[in-house]
Design a protein. Structure first.
Length: 206
């Protein structure tokens, strides 16, 4: 499937009134909000309907986010308006995003497992580069066990994460949090039920 067809598929998924991943942020952010400081800068990648970027803005951060789906972005803007916050939301394909060096205090990637290992390693390198020294990367993604639960995520096992894969992707970073879990998720109609995923937070060396 080419990029235009993939974007059309996501636009179609998002074309309902309901927020398909809910309006509440991923709880990796809520549980670790002490690392997310008011006034600091954050980038939320492939942020869909904006639940995570909106939360970061509610914490008082200066937030940029992007996604390639214009339908998702329209809903993200509505969520911002509903919550009275402002986020710099851009439309971009992840593969053409310009990873400006040393720009953000936090870079957030929640369930963006549409990339094969080669494209993913380019994105992980970009996330590392765009963090300021001392900034933190936040990742949540399904593990191969998720293929048994079938409650969300891709079917390509090579797109899924393991703790070792994530540690290796950010060499030299200080590990802040790593958990491999099987937990009940209830994040809108598309992320519901027992789910196997890994959370990873690490700090770029100063
Ligand atoms: C599983 S959803 C997760 C959305 C959001 N991170 C969240 O946690 O609610 C994956 C998102 O990736 C976006 N996406 C897929 N392929 C993309 C690409 N090549 N470039 C940018 N965004 C993409 C989709 O539009 C979708 O919003």
């Amino acid at each position: 499937m080419d990029q235009a067809a993939k974007r059309a598929t996501w636009n179609q998924r998002y074309a309902i009134d309901d927020y398909i991943f809910g309006k509440e942020p991923s709880d990796i952010l809520v549980r670790h909000q002490h690392i997310l400081r008011p006034g600091e800068t954050a980038l939320a990648i492939a942020d869909g309907e904006g639940r995570n970027a909106t939360y970061l803005a509610e914490l008082g951060m200066q937030v940029t986010s992007f996604d390639f789906s214009e339908t998702a972005i329209a809903k993200a803007k509505m969520l911002n308006a509903e919550r009275g916050v402002s986020v710099n939301i851009l439309q971009s394909d992840i593969e053409s995003w310009a990873w400006t060096p040393n720009t953000y205090d936090a870079v957030i990637g929640i369930f963006f497992q549409f990339l094969d290992p080669v494209a993913r390693s380019v994105v992980f390198a970009g996330m590392a580069e765009t963090l300021k020294p001392g900034g933190c990367v936040f990742l949540r993604g399904y593990t191969p066990l998720q293929l048994e639960y079938k409650t969300g995520g891709p079917s390509e096992v090579e797109n899924l994460y393991t703790p070792d894969l994530l540690r290796a992707a950010f060499p030299g970073f200080e590990l802040i949090h790593l958990s491999d879990q099987i937990t009940m998720l209830n994040e809108g109609p598309r992320h519901k039920g027992m789910s196997a995923f890994v959370d990873f937070i690490a700090r770029k060396p100063t």
